[in-house]
Design a protein around this ligand. Structure first.
Ligand code: RAT
Ligand code: ZN
Length: 433
């Protein structure tokens, strides 16, 4: 082997070697999970882990409503452990766990050495009562191969904002993201929070409100040191728009992001409270207009946009938009798209249109142990999609090396996001391949 061969890793020309090495490297590469709803144990009740939280995840609440005749109201009034027992019985004992969310729980239990075929939750509850939140974070991050997660940090949430006012969390595996949904989607609600906190805002988004909203965002950036600003937007989001949201994006969010060199993450396509009785489980999806994103990217070339869209129908147009605008970074297969068949489809589409210049996935985990299924499921689909692309390159006459595969996977799992957020110093050390 020449020196050059060595520095580029093993050169692969046989398709079975390409597939095996791609699967191995994808399984071994550390993930920087760029959007979750996880919190470190120091955040108290906001930090969710354990069997009752796992089973009462809102994806499973939606499914138990279809499987039983318990009404949303009756369900809401049950203690959490009784809700978990009901979900276990309806979706795992009296039914086969075929859906993605139920299959995920099976994987989590297996990964922790708990028998997922038990008829009740006794064994699972014993397992979790024998450990601590801190020990569980170490164990789950290690087994999931996750080096860090980005939280969703809401300054409009009273419990959370009080925690932040006491100081930044010490656990450096949990990074902040400043989420500003009320500011952009519910000005009437947001301005009351701002007023109560001493910001002199008016009912109209006038000059004074803009200056004060800007002061509010600046102060929260200072307090949280976020990797990006984020909002979820409805499917009817348009841009430009003569509305509080339009004014606030133009005069607060975009200048703040430029000044602090932060990307603006837009999660587009959610129809909130399609069935309000279901609470968190009651949101739906609608197809959005990608031209709004294109206009933002064109009119604001010095802003960087992280964009994920909830409708399957928007994915191809988003890829095409990203080919036109290098300040647009598509990310993740969000929420109802985080299913193997769709992750596979979207990842292939993105690889074909964008090469390795996107962020294929985030977990959106709300419960710590979900990292133990969301990532293995995604890794598998991403590995298969990548292996097919490498096989195509080899078939066309160019070998690929393990070093190249490792570089590409690092880009997809961490470096693209960290370079985009200007935090390349956080780029994880490369695992040995
Ligand atoms: O995916 C989810 O769990 C949703 O409930 C939402 O939290 C969504 O990801 C969001 O960030 O709004
Ligand atoms: Zn989310």
């Amino acid at each position: 082997m020449t020196d050059q061969d060595r520095s580029s890793g093993n050169t692969l020309t046989r398709l079975e070697d390409v597939r095996r090495e791609t699967a191995r490297i994808v399984a071994e590469t550390a993930i920087f999970d760029m959007h979750t709803h996880l919190f470190p144990p120091a955040f108290g009740g906001l930090s969710r882990w354990g069997i009752d939280n796992l089973l009462t995840y809102h994806y499973l609440v939606a499914e138990v409503m279809r499987a039983t005749d318990v009404s949303p109201e009756q369900f809401r009034q049950m203690p959490r452990s009784a809700q978990a027992d009901l979900i276990w019985d309806a979706l795992f004992v009296r039914s086969t766990p075929l859906s993605e969310a139920t299959r995920g729980v099976v994987r989590v239990l297996s990964a922790l050495g708990i028998d997922p075929a038990q008829r009740d939750l006794r064994q699972a509850r014993e397992f979790f009562s024998d450990t601590t939140a801190e020990a569980q974070v170490d164990l789950v991050f290690d087994r999931a191969g996750v080096s860090a997660v980005v939280m969703t940090n809401d300054p409009f949430d009273r419990t959370e904002s009080e925690i932040w006012r006491r100081g930044r969390p010490a656990d450096s595996r949990f990074k902040a993201a400043l989420r500003i949904d009320p500011l952009l989607n519910e000005w009437d609600v947001a301005r009351q929070t701002l007023s109560a906190a001493g910001y002199a805002v008016n009912a109209q988004v006038d000059k004074r409100s803009i200056a004060e909203a800007r002061r509010f965002v600046d102060e929260w950036i200072e307090r949280m040191d976020p990797l990006y600003l984020a909002v979820s937007l409805p499917d009817d989001f348009v841009w430009p728009e003569d509305s509080p949201r339009g004014q606030l994006i133009e005069h607060v969010v975009l200048p703040v992001c430029r000044d602090h060199r932060l990307p603006f993450a837009m999660m587009v396509g959610v129809r909130r409270a399609v069935n309000p009785a279901l609470g968190d489980a009651g949101d739906g999806v609608g197809r959005a207009d990608v031209s709004a994103i294109q206009r933002l990217c064109r009119l604001h070339p010095s802003n960087r946009f992280l964009v994920t869209m909830l409708s399957r129908e928007n994915q191809h147009e988003l890829c095409v938009a990203a080919r036109k605008f290098s300040n647009l970074m598509p990310f993740g297969c969000w929420w109802f798209l985080n299913n193997p068949s769709i992750v596979s489809e979207i990842t292939r589409e993105r690889l074909e249109l964008l090469g390795p210049t996107f962020v294929p996935q985030h977990s959106d985990a709300r419960i710590l142990e979900q990292l133990l299924y969301k990532w293995p499921h995604s890794r598998r689909n991403i590995a298969d999609a990548l292996a097919d692309q490498y096989a195509g390159v080899v078939e066309n006459g160019r070998p690929v090396s393990t070093a190249e595969i490792a570089r590409d996977v690092r880009r997809l799992f961490a470096d693209n996001f960290l370079n985009w957020t200007g935090r390349s110093s956080m780029v994880a050390a490369a695992p040995a391949v």
